[in-house]
Design a protein around this ligand. Sequence first.
Ligand code: PLP
Length: 451
Amino acid sequence: MALHIPKCLELVDLDQQMTSPAAKVPYYPLVVDKGKGATVTDVDGNQYIDLLASAGAINTGHCHPKVVEAIKKQTEQLILYTPVYMYHRPLIDLSQKLIEITPGNYRKRVFYGLCGSDANDGAIKMARTATKRKKILSFLRAYHGSTYGAISLSAVSLPMRRGLGPLLPEIHHIPYPDTYRTPFAGMSEEDVTAYSIERIKELFTTCVPAEEVAAIFFEPIQGDAGLIVPPTGYVKALRELCDTYGILLISEEVQQGFGRTGKWFGIENFDVIPDAIVMGKAIASGMPLGGVVAKAELMEQWEAPAHLFTAAGNPVCCAAASATIDVIKEENLRENATEIGAYTLSRFKEMQKRFEFIGDVRGIGLSIGVDLVKDRTTKERNTEAAAKVCYQAWQKGLLLSFFSGSVLRIQPPLVISKQQIDTALAKIEEAFEEYEAGAIPDSVLETVKGW
Ligand SMILES: Cc1ncc(COP(=O)(O)O)c(C=O)c1O
């Protein structure tokens, strides 16, 4: 039976008449009314298990009581006095906490912004001023955000660049070490590592002198590219390369940070210490906040107003972020991400044996990608399968999305229970069966676009 969503449809119609299409990647006409933990309810009263966590921004679960309480309390006391001119305690408390939870046994400093995108812009500025070098390396297929600097770092798809240029100069893109869609057939993890590091060295000897490179922006799991997990050897080799040439290694943790991979930050899974960490999304459980924690000396070489925003690090967002960190600690959400994540990964691997169109299952913690293919040998992306399965999952009461044209994105709030994930997995398995039986009509492709 189809979902009953008259109010959703009416509101979506209104929205579509007024808002910019550039700000929407449509999956299905779901108008979210309420959220609690790992579930959301639409304006027609239908409830869903959330496997998307608002694009990985709600690690503590929707409307966590402690986060809500912190926001309420701070809102009644002071909403904003710009930290550009004055000081406030919530920002100082949060800075202490961020410095404590980030890897690296060195003196650190923090700057704040309003989202992941501007945090990346700030990191570019910081890297250039601190190293007095101009060039930056980032990765093909990466998404780093929507401000000019972040777009320039990104290389995920042409629509995000088309017609917007000129973008920032001196940013060069290198291949991410993908052990599933390998550069050449039959490559091992070690081969992919050696090949990908060689590509950087080749740049250094042909067109991008290493001594002119300020930083490498690296996601410890390449998120929007389809949750690609790099080999540990690659991450270590990247660190060594940066050390050799005096290049900053910047861990871009906007999507993977704050417990998502079972650690505070994704890079910790590889036993590598970066020079700076870029944060956003889950930092404040959905309140607009982003920032960078870096080696102190990197932030001691630029002067105001090189990077500041009136409302960045405002008291309410900082209070929400402090509460978020407390909740992740007190409720063992990193441990839950590891446990439920390992279980979920193993269940998808079981399904992979049954369904020929599941090409790859990968991830760390609750950052899991299920890559759907037309053919296991060619690994051609199966966008139709991904779109149909997501549509069907929605009809069954799940928020499921895909990225990179074929990869189901399993990134629920970290508070998700075993029972909820079991329910979700059973529904996805049903959707896989229905797809395999040809029971999901092509007409749903009009609704689910994805990216
Ligand atoms: C890895 C990564 N970096 C940066 C961003 C941009 O964050 P925001 O949308 O908060 O600006 C995103 C958003 O999807 C992301 O996934």
